[in-house]
Structure formats: C-alpha cells, structure tokens
Design a binder for this molecule. Structure first.
Ligand SMILES: [Zn+2]
Length: 597
C-alpha cells in the first residue's frame, strides 16, 4: 500500500468523481456553467461527508483554465493541479479550530482585499467555521457585506447553529447528507478494484456500516485491512478488525426466535461460543439488530435506519413476521445480558438461558377489550345490560333532591340520567323488535317457539363468556363498519392483497383471531400465504392497536338459535338494545327469556 492515504489519493478531482451529495453538485455545476457563482457559500453536515472536498472542487472550478465553463474543473490544468496539491497561493484553506487566536484569523480574512496573484478568484476555505472568534466573525461579516469581485468564501461547519445569523444570511447554504451504506459500499468496491484489493461479498457493506456515513473513515478502514490481509478481504476480516461478531449468527438467532425454533436458536448461540467470539459483543449486535426490527415494525420507515440493500429486505420481512410485544420483550431480555456475560463463570450459559426464556415465556399480549371482572347483577331484563364503571346510574331514575336535614339544600347531583329507564326494564323482548320506537310501554309478547327455545338455553350463561362474546361481536361490528377503510390501508402495502380482500369480509372474531369469509378456496389459499397474512395482520394491528391473527373460511356457520353467541349477535342488531349499549357504554352479559304473561 502506498504511503499516501487512500482518502487523499481518491479525493474527487472533478464533480463527476464525487460520491453522493448530488443535489449540491448539480446546483454548483449549473452556477459555474452559467458564470453566476456567488461570493459566499456555507456547507453544513456531519464530518467526513465531503464538505472540504466539495469546497476544493469549487475553488478549482472558479479558477480552472479549461475553455469550456461546463467542463470545469478539468482536474488537469495548471490551476487545478496546483490547487489539488495545495500549492495555489490564492486558495487559502484555514481550519478555524486551529486559528483561534483573534489576530490570526481576522488578519487572514482581511487580506482578501488584496487581488489574487495568479488565479482569477481568491478563495477562502474556512473549515469548522463555527470555531471562529468573535473578532474573526466580525471581520468576515464586514467582508461579506461588500465582498470584492475576486473573493469567494466557502465556509464549512458541522455545527451550523453556532454560526451567527448575520453570517448565515449572507451565504448560500448547502446541507450535506451522510453517505448511505449502499453508496459507500459501491464507492469502496470501485476504489478497491482500482487498487487491486479484492473484497469478498458483504465486506464493503460491513466497512460502510462501521464508518457510519463517513467516507474518510471507510477508506481508512479499507486501508488498514489492505495492509494486513493477504488475499481477498472477507467479512470475517472486517469483523475481526472492528471487533464485530458474526452477523450471520446474529441473523440465524433472530430467524430462530421468530420461528420459535428453540433448537436452531441454541445452535446459533453455541456456534458463536465455539468460534471464540466476544459474547458480549454478540449480545450487543443482537440487541442492535432487534432494535432495528422493532423500529421498522413500529414505523415502517426505512429511512430511520441506515440499511444496505442487502439487509433492508431481510429486516422488513422480520418486521412483518414479528409481534411487537415479543420484540420488546427480547430487546429487554438481551440488553440485560451485558453485565451477566461479563461476570459469569459459566461462559455462554446466560445467553442460552435468555434464549430459552425468550421462547418459553411468550410476551403478554395487551388486552384492551378484556372481559370485565365484575359479576353480573341478577337482572330480569333480557338482554341484561351491565353498565361500565362510570358515573352513570342507569338502574335508577333521576333522583329528587337528597333529604338530609343537617345540610343545606344542595343542587341536584349532575349525574347524567338515563334517557329512559324503561330501556332496561323487563319489558324488552329477546327477539329483535321490528323498529319499535323508544320507549316501548307494552311490547308484544315473544313468539312462544322462540321463548321455548330460549328456555332450553337455561341455566344463565357464564357472564365472563357472555362478555367475551359481546366484546368479540362488538369488534366484529367495528370491522364490518370500517372494512373499506381497512382495505384502503392495505393497498399501499400490497395491491394484490387488497384485490384479494375484495372477495372477503369480516365474519367472526374468536379470541385473538379474526375470521374472514372468502368467496373461494383460491382466495383462502392466497390470503393465508404467510407474507399476505402478515400484511393483513400488520394493518389490523395498526388500526386496532392490538395483535390479531387472521384466518379465512369459505363456509358459513349455521347459527344455532340456542347459541348464546348467536343470540347476542341478534340482540346487538336490535335498535333498542343498541341504544342502551351506546347510552350506557355497556356490554351484554346475558340473554334471558321472558316469562310468557
Ligand atoms: Zn482545470
């Protein structure tokens, strides 16, 4: 390897060679071609993303001797090479961080008034501009207010908020973004090829990831690797240089966790241990990866994570497959391992225990529509409507003023009175009454057959079962009412799945499973393909705030007239019952037959 560092050697000499920052390149190129370069530019962005490189390109471009402005900087003329080699007297590079003495920076800036000695433009490249002293800023400001025609200031900073607003307002500002893993990996491959360095699959991405967006760091790592590796640089080389553990084992473990495959999970842990890898680092890499899956699942936003194309697809698939509660549990479980792994005398045992725990103790699933534990009040009403705990007292009519002699008369308590107490009186029939307006003073008696059937259904239902059924049916109604919205939410993820759903409708809720009735076995098979089902379940989870599984059926169940569930379903369709449920925010806890009069 040559003495010259790769970064310096491969620093872009023309705009065409520059990697990334296309938006900046395009704007500057146009300005040069049309001869309307300004007097002050401010480049902001993280370190190592090409701000100084771009500044030099601009310095060259305004001084390049190539006859065609659109071809500047040519990278080969006398001016271009002099600037590239740092011997152009009219291009002044200063690092504000090291020119902190007041006079120094200020004097340098004030010298801009003298004409350039050779070049067309006198260019000041001020790195870490935010570090300039107040005096230097003042000198700069004065210059920028009336810049000489021959002056070009290019300011670069990683901390733009520390640059005074008076300066900012006089600069054309460009924001530099971090290099993506993909573009850095591609650039590394190009340079490696030109340098005769062989890079195995996965190695450039691993280097890029470790360099966290800085091309300078990435080339530094490549240079180090090239200096000690004989033959092709593999992923393993990169990982051992950087203390990374086998990504393949991390991925194998996550895949095993998601598949709930304990054997495969323990095999992955043991493979890592047998390699003599750093187990703490392995646990950290695992947590970092699970975190990425969690973020992706929570937001669906890839841009939150800097992913190479090689891993984006994998993570997206995992995110669809995983349950959020499990991800959270695993992240917590494995992030607690660091200390244990450091102090344990038992090698990788804590990791094994954590893996077993992760798979044997499934994460609790939140139950926003859990059945309420309160006992059913013995009520003669059919259906019995149990109020949810809130300051509504449905059973009682509006009360008169309390008769408490010791106290002064109080205003009537502001308890929202039930619209009509007769709604929950025994006069309500179990059969859906034909749109009878409320209140029903004297409803017709139920048909004897229905009553007899209802009688057979005694003894009264377990209130917990009834409540659960009622909650499920309530959810089913919600799904039916919002089915079109649901399909619309599916569309951006998969138009195919949305099309399939056009032949489906919500049919039942069984605990944590939502049953769809579909028109053919073809639709059932397609919709139940894991990737399609994952899309449906993900949209359901987003809309309902809870994890539900989905299954499809092509057969309609025959609803037994004595079936409690069927009766609740029917009762929920009754206008009066609906009104009662809505007014009291109530649940059906039982259906009782009416005594024939
Ligand atoms: Zn040139």
């Amino acid at each position: 390897m040559a003495v010259q560092s790769l970064y310096r050697k491969w620093r872009s000499q023309t705009f065409a060679e520059l990697v990334g920052q296309e938006h900046v390149v395009q704007t500057l190129r146009n300005a040069i071609a049309e001869d309307r370069v300004g007097h002050a530019y401010l480049f902001t962005g993280p370190r190592g993303v090409g701000k100084t490189t771009m500044a030099r390109l601009l310095a060259k471009a305004v001084n390049c001797l190539h006859p065609d402005p659109a071809a500047r900087p040519c990278g080969t003329c006398e001016m271009c090479t002099a600037i590239a080699e740092g011997r152009a007297v009219d291009v002044i590079e200063m690092d504000a961080a090291s020119h902190t003495s007041v006079e120094d920076a200020r004097e340098i800036i004030e010298r801009v008034q003298f004409r350039p000695s050779v070049a067309r433009m006198k260019v000041y490249i001020i790195d870490e501009t935010h570090m300039l002293s107040t005096a230097a800023f003042n000198a700069l400001l004065k210059t920028l207010e009336e810049p000489p025609d021959h002056a070009l200031f290019i300011l670069a900073t990683t901390e733009v908020h520390k640059v005074p607003a008076t300066i900012l307002s006089r600069c054309q500002r460009f924001t530099f973004v971090r290099h993506s893993v993909t573009s850095m990996a591609a650039h590394l491959r190009r340079i490696a090829a030109a340098e005769g360095i062989a890079l195995a699959d996965g190695a450039p991405e691993a280097i890029a990831r470790a360099a966290t967006g800085s091309m300078r760091d990435a080339l530094g790592i490549l240079e180090q690797l090239a200096s000690f590796v004989e033959g092709p640089i593999t992923l393993h080389h990169v990982q051992s240089l950087l203390g990374m553990t086998a990504a393949a084992e991390v991925d194998a473990l996550i895949a095993a966790l998601l598949a709930a495959d304990l054997t495969a999970a323990l095999r992955a842990v043991n493979a890592v241990a047998n390699q003599g890898a750093d187990l703490r680092q392995f646990a950290r890499d695992l947590v970092e990866r699970l975190r990425a899956v969690m973020l992706l699942k929570a937001t669906g936003d890839r841009t939150l994570l800097d992913l190479g194309d090689d891993e984006a697809a994998q993570l997206a698939q995992w995110a669809q497959q995983a349950e959020m509660a499990a991800l959270v549990q695993w992240v917590k479980l494995f992030s607690n391992l660091d200390y244990q792994l450091r102090t344990t005398p038992y090698g990788h045992l804590p990791l094994e225990v954590a893996v077993v725990e992760a798979l044997l103790a499934p994460a609790p699933v939140a139950q926003p529509v859990a059945p309420r534990p309160q006992p059913a009040r013995p009520q003669p009403a059919a259906p019995a409507v149990a109020p949810r705990p809130q300051p509504v007292v449905p059973a009682e009519p509006p009360r008169p003023q309390p008769v408490v002699p010791a106290e002064p008369p109080r205003p009537q308590p502001v308890v929202p009175a039930p619209a009509d107490p007769s709604l929950v009186t025994p006069s309500l029939p179990p059969e859906p009454s034909a749109s009878a307006p409320a209140p029903v003073a004297d409803p017709p008696p139920p048909p004897p057959a229905a009553w007899a059937a209802a009688q057979q259904a005694r003894p009264p239902a377990d209130p917990a079962v009834a409540r659960a059924a009622d909650a499920e049916l309530s959810l089913l109604e919600q799904l039916e009412a919002t089915w079109e919205d649901f399909k619309r939410d599916v569309r951006p993820r998969s138009p195919t799945v949305q099309a399939l759903l056009n032949s489906a409708r919500p049919y039942d809720v069984e605990g944590n499973t939502i049953v769809l009735l579909v028109s053919s076995s073809f639709h059932k098979e397609r919709l139940e393909e894991p990737k399609n089902r994952a899309i449906i379940e993900e949209v359901l989870r987003r809309r309902l705030g809870k994890v539900y599984a989905v299954r499809c059926t092509i057969e309609e169940k025959s609803v037994e007239p004595t079936d409690l569930r069927g009766k609740i379903r029917e009762a929920r369709k009754d206008e009066l019952v609906r009104a009662a449920l809505n007014i009291f925010d109530a649940q059906i806890v039982d259906i009782e037959p009416l005594e024939p009069e």
